[in-house]
Design a protein around this ligand. Structure first.
Ligand SMILES: NC(=O)c1ccc[n+]([C@@H]2O[C@H](COP(=O)([O-])OP(=O)(O)OC[C@H]3O[C@@H](n4cnc5c(N)ncnc54)[C@H](OP(=O)(O)O)[C@@H]3O)[C@@H](O)[C@H]2O)c1
Length: 436
């Protein structure tokens, strides 16, 4: 494939945002990959659709699986999307016959990555996916190649630009989640169906992939714990702000003994935390690794140009025959690490809504004390005085189980007006210490 000075014949399936961006990028940069990248064929659903890029010079395939099976391509670029369906079938066909695959499809890799990696090894076909995580932010190669000599402790990130945009807008404008989402949809910053983004699923796909590379373990999407941004209220953003925190959708993969914990959830980050400073639709990933310490990557996680640039980088690797095993190590060397569920220990933000009556604070403190939960700070917002008032407290590090018991008891108090809200606090500790 792609021998010494031969061109790499590229077939592209999916001509939407990323596929169109890739065609335009390759047309604009004919010198990319030493001029040895040659698009020969394309596939999408509708041949007659008006497209950003000119496709008249390429062979057309109605069926991406037929393109994947074509002997006239050296690399199959899958830009259709979805964990199953035609994207999966076509990638399996290409890998099965020894044709290299480049994809931006995080859902496919998070759910079927281990099986696809095994197939890729069996036929010695590369499976590259820099664009699948962080779009134009080069975190896949950074973890797989540049940091291959380190011991990664944790990878955390803001991996969904739509969610970060929504949270940033809520904070800046003081508008509700529903308002900001509707506006973002009108302006094209959020999908017509935003479920995959706002539910945390998209970020979970991405962190599963990063966790697999970082910890030499097969991705295991089914074991990730996921909570989205759709439960974040303006009240919590405002109260967290008063305490010196921002609420972000945190995606994290971390070592817990011999296991890996992969989770996505809203978290309070101190304003000085590197990830708290990522605003708008940007993505960021923070790697804690020994002996290099903490590294932070920031970049544009989506969009035609940045994502196409990541796909092009993978194609250029193929031109020079420079690629690693799918998750950094051969499949047989990937550990069966198993996954553990949500964190059992930590600091938490707890927001209550209570009737404005004497004795409320004593009643709440009593339940917390009874469960052994130690309070770090306590804030009652005077501006909210009225029938029901928010009370916010942060806890000292302690078991989640004890906090859950206290919160259940508080929820049952006669003075409690609404279900308490608990959000984990990520204080940024846990950076490797022995960096010297
Ligand atoms: N958009 C981003 O910024 C971004 C960033 C990172 C990763 N990604 C990933 O990149 C992939 C593509 O995303 P996108 O935003 O470019 O999607 P998109 O704009 O919706 O384009 C999807 C393309 O796939 C084609 N397609 C859909 N179903 C098909 C089928 N059954 N058979 C053949 N072709 C089919 C569509 O054909 P028609 O054009 O004929 O309808 C369209 O050209 C996804 O995996 C996505 O998660 C996207």
């Amino acid at each position: 494939m792609g021998g010494e000075q031969k061109s790499l014949r590229v077939g592209i399936a999916g001509l939407g945002t990323v596929g169109g961006g890739l065609l335009n990028l390759l047309a604009d940069q004919p010198e990319a990959g030493d001029g040895r990248l040659k698009v020969t064929a394309v596939s999408a659903r509708d041949r007659t659709r008006k497209r950003e890029a000119d496709i008249s010079a390429y062979a057309w395939f109605d069926d991406p699986c037929e393109l994947a099976a074509s002997p006239d391509i050296d690399v199959f670029v899958e830009l259709i999307g979805g964990s199953d369906g035609p994207a999966k079938r076509a990638v399996e066909i290409a890998l099965g016959r020894g044709t290299h695959v480049v994809t931006a499809n995080k859902a496919l890799l998070a759910v079927h990555g281990a099986a696809l990696a095994a197939l890729s090894e069996k036929t010695a076909a590369a499976l590259l996916y820099e664009a699948a995580v962080g779009g134009g932010m080069p975190i896949v190669k950074a973890l797989k190649e540049s940091l291959a000599g380190t011991h990664v402790v944790a990878v955390s990130g803001i991996l969904n630009g739509t969610c970060n945009f929504l949270l940033t807008e809520m904070e800046a404008s003081g508008r509700s989640f529903e308002d900001v989402l509707a506006d973002a949809q009108r302006r094209g910053f959020a999908e017509a169906d935003p479920t995959t983004d706002v539910s945390g699923t998209d970020a979970a796909h991405k962190i599963c992939i990063l966790g697999a590379i970082a910890f030499s373990a097969a991705p295991d999407f089914a074991k990730a714990t996921i909570e989205g941004v759709d439960t974040v209220t303006l009240l919590d953003i405002r109260m967290a702000g008063k305490l010196g925190y921002k609420i972000k959708l945190l995606a994290k993969a971390e070592r817990v003994g011999e296991s890996v914990r992969v989770h996505v959830h809203p978290a309070l980050l101190p304003v000085a935390h590197p990830l708290a400073q990522i605003g708008g639709a940007l993505n960021a990933a923070m790697v804690d690794a020994e002996p290099v310490g903490r590294l932070t990557f920031i970049g544009r996680g989506a969009g035609a140009g940045p994502t196409a640039a990541a796909v092009a980088a993978d194609l250029i690797d193929l031109v020079y025959d420079a690629h690693r095993p799918v998750f950094g190590r051969p499949v047989k060397a990937l550990k069966q690490r198993g996954s553990v569920g949500a964190a059992e220990q930590g600091r938490y933000y707890v927001r209550l809504l209570v009737h404005d009556r004497p004795g409320v604070i004593a009643a709440v403190s009593n339940e917390l004390g009874r469960a052994g939960v130690s309070i770090e700070s306590f804030l009652q917002d005077p501006g909210e005085a009225g029938a029901d008032v928010p009370i916010v407290l942060t806890t000292r590090p302690g078991p989640r189980q004890a906090l859950n018991a206290a919160v259940d008891a508080i929820a049952g108090l006669e003075v409690t007006a609404a279900a308490p809200r608990v959000i984990p606090i990520e204080d940024g500790a846990g950076a490797p210490r022995n960096w010297s």
